[in-house]
Design a protein around this ligand. Structure first.
Ligand SMILES: *[C@@H]1O[C@H](CO)[C@@H](O)[C@H](O)[C@H]1NC(C)=O
Ligand SMILES: *[C@@H]1O[C@H](CO)[C@@H](O)[C@H](O)[C@H]1NC(C)=O
Ligand SMILES: *[C@@H]1O[C@H](CO)[C@@H](O)[C@H](O)[C@H]1NC(C)=O
Ligand SMILES: *[C@@H]1O[C@H](CO)[C@@H](O)[C@H](O)[C@H]1NC(C)=O
Ligand SMILES: *[C@@H]1O[C@H](CO)[C@@H](O)[C@H](O)[C@H]1NC(C)=O
Ligand SMILES: *[C@@H]1O[C@H](CO)[C@@H](O)[C@H](O)[C@H]1NC(C)=O
Ligand SMILES: *[C@@H]1O[C@H](CO)[C@@H](O)[C@H](O)[C@H]1NC(C)=O
Length: 338
C-alpha cells in the first residue's frame, strides 16, 4: 500500500514536471524572443564549435554560457568568451543582436577576433539596457573608435578592454558619462594619454566612483599621468610596465587620498617627490617596484629612501631587481617586506 501511495505520488509529480516543462518552463524558462536572439548571435558568430549545442533543447536558459533569472525567466548573463577560433576570421559585431536581453547584467565577449562594430550597430544600441553592469571585451582588436560608443551604458560598474588596439591619446569624454563605473581595465594596449574635447587641463578623467584602473602595460609617462588627479575615490592603480621615468611627483596626485595599492613594476622611477603637506597616497599600503632595473641600471637608493614617506606602507615588492648587499638603516621601519 505504501508503495502504491508512493507511485501515485510519483505519478502526480511526473505530471507536474511535464506541465512545468511543457508550459511554464518553455514559456517562462526562456522567452521565445530571447531564444531566437541567441540563435541569431550563433549564426552571426559563424557557428563556432562551442555553440553547436545551442538549440538542441528548447530552454535556452540551459544552453552553455547562458544564465537566466529564474523568477523572470530572462537572460541576465551571457558568456561568449573565446568561442571563435582564428580560422573563422575577423568579426564586425552587430551589437543590436543583444538588445532583446532587457535584463542583461553581464556580457562577456573577450577573445573573439572582433575588429569593431557594424556601422550604426555599435554599443550605443545597448543604452536602454539599464541592468547592464559588466562588459568584458578583452583580447579583441577594438581600436580607439569603440570609446565613442560606450557613453550611453550608464549602469556599467565594470568595463574591460585589455589586450585590444587602443593607441596614442584616447578620448575620455564618453567614458566620463559612465558615472557608476568602479572598475576599468585598459591594460595591454598602447595608450599614451587621455584627452578631452574640453582641453587637457585639470580633471581629465572624472569617474567619481572609480576604484580600480588597470593600465599594465601601456605607454603612459610622467606628464600624461597627471590626468588621473581628479580620481579621489581611487583605491587601486596598476600602472606597471609603462614609461614612468625619474621623479614621481606625488604632490601632483594629491587628491588620491584613498589609494591603497600601487603597482609600478617595470618602470624606471628614481624617487617619489612629496612635500610635508602632501596628503595624496597617505593610505597606500602596497607598492610594487618589481623589475625596475631591466635596462641594466641599479635600483636607486633615493627611491628606497623616499618610500619612508608613506606612513601606511606595509608591503613592498622588490623582486627581479638584482638586489645585492645591504640597505643600511634608512629603511629600518620594521614593517617593510622585501
Ligand atoms: C530576478 O528577478 C526578480 C524580479 O525582477 C528580482 O526581484 C530578483 O532580484 C532577480 N534575481 C536576481 C538574482 O537578479
Ligand atoms: C543587426 O541586427 C539587428 C537585430 O537582429 C538587425 O535588425 C539588423 O538588420 C542588423 N544589422 C545589420 C547591418 O546586419
Ligand atoms: C551622457 O549622459 C547624459 C546624462 O545621463 C545623457 O543625457 C547623454 O545622452 C549621455 N551621452 C551618451 C553618448 O549617451
Ligand atoms: C609623454 O607623452 C606625451 C604623449 O605621448 C608626449 O607628448 C610627451 O612629450 C611625453 N613626455 C615625456 C617627458 O616624455
Ligand atoms: C609636483 O607637483 C606640484 C603640484 O602640481 C608642483 O607644485 C611641484 O612643483 C611639482 N614638483 C616637482 C619636483 O615637479
Ligand atoms: C585615508 O582615507 C580616509 C578615508 O577613507 C581619509 O579620511 C584619511 O584622511 C586617509 N588617510 C590619509 C593618511 O590620507
Ligand atoms: C622584466 O621587464 C622586462 C622588460 O620590460 C621584460 O622583458 C621581462 O619579461 C620582465 N620580467 C618579468 C619577470 O616580468
Amino acid at each position: 500500500m505504501g508503495l502504491n501511495r508512493f507511485s501515485s505520488l510519483a505519478g502526480t509529480l511526473m505530471i507536474y514536471a511535464m506541465v512545468l516543462s511543457e508550459s511554464w518552463w518553455s514559456c517562462h524558462g526562456c522567452l521565445d524572443e530571447e531564444r531566437s536572439a541567441l540563435l541569431r548571435i550563433q549564426s552571426s558568430f559563424n557557428y563556432p564549435i562551442f555553440l553547436q549545442s545551442w538549440g538542441e533543447v528548447a530552454d535556452c536558459c540551459s544552453w552553455e554560457g547562458v544564465g537566466c533569472n529564474f523568477t523572470t525567466g530572462r537572460v541576465v548573463y551571457l558568456d561568449l568568451s573565446g568561442i571563435r577560433e582564428e580560422g573563422l576570421g575577423d568579426l564586425y559585431l552587430n551589437v543590436s543582436l543583444f538588445r532583446p536581453f532587457q535584463e542583461l547584467q553581464s556580457l562577456h565577449l573577450s577573445g573573439n577576433f572582433i575588429v569593431g562594430c557594424v556601422e550604426n550597430e555599435g554599443f550605443e544600441r545597448l543604452s536602454g539596457l539599464d541592468s547592464l553592469v559588466e562588459l568584458y571585451l578583452d583580447e579583441n582588436k577594438f581600436d580607439n573608435n569603440i570609446l565613442s560608443s560606450l557613453g550611453g551604458l550608464s549602469s556599467l560598474i565594470s568595463l574591460s578592454l585589455s589586450g585590444n588596439q587602443l593607441k596614442g591619446a584616447i578620448s575620455v569624454d564618453e567614458l566620463n558619462n559612465l558615472t557608476s563605473l568602479q572598475w576599468l581595465e585598459f591594460g595591454g594596449n598602447e595608450i599614451e594619454s587621455f584627452k578631452s574635447i574640453h582641453g587637457t587641463g585639470y580633471d581629465l578623467l572624472r569617474l567619481r566612483n572609480l576604484e580600480y584602473l588597470g593600465l599594465n602595460p601601456n605607454h603612459f609617462n610622467d606628464s600624461t599621468l597627471s590626468s588621473l588627479k581628479g580620481l579621489s575615490s581611487f583605491k587601486y592603480l596598476n600602472i606597471a610596465y609603462n614609461q614612468l621615468k625619474g621623479s614621481f611627483n606625488v604632490t601632483e596626485l594629491d587628491a588620491l587620498i584613498n589609494l591603497e595599492s600601487l603597482d609600478l613594476a617595470g618602470n624606471e622611477i628614481d624617487k617619489f617627490v612629496l612635500s610635508k603637506d602632501t596628503r595624496g597616497f597617505g593610505n597606500v599600503s602596497f607598492i610594487s617596484l618589481s623589475n625596475s632595473t631591466s635596462n641594466g641600471r641599479a635600483l636607486p637608493f633615493t627611491l628606497l629612501q623616499s618610500l619612508t614617506k608613506f606612513p601606511n606602507l606595509r608591503t613592498l615588492y622588490l623582486d627581479e631587481n638584482n638586489l645585492e648587499g645591504s640597505f643600511g638603516t634608512t629603511l629600518d621601519k620594521g614593517n617593510l617586506w622585501y
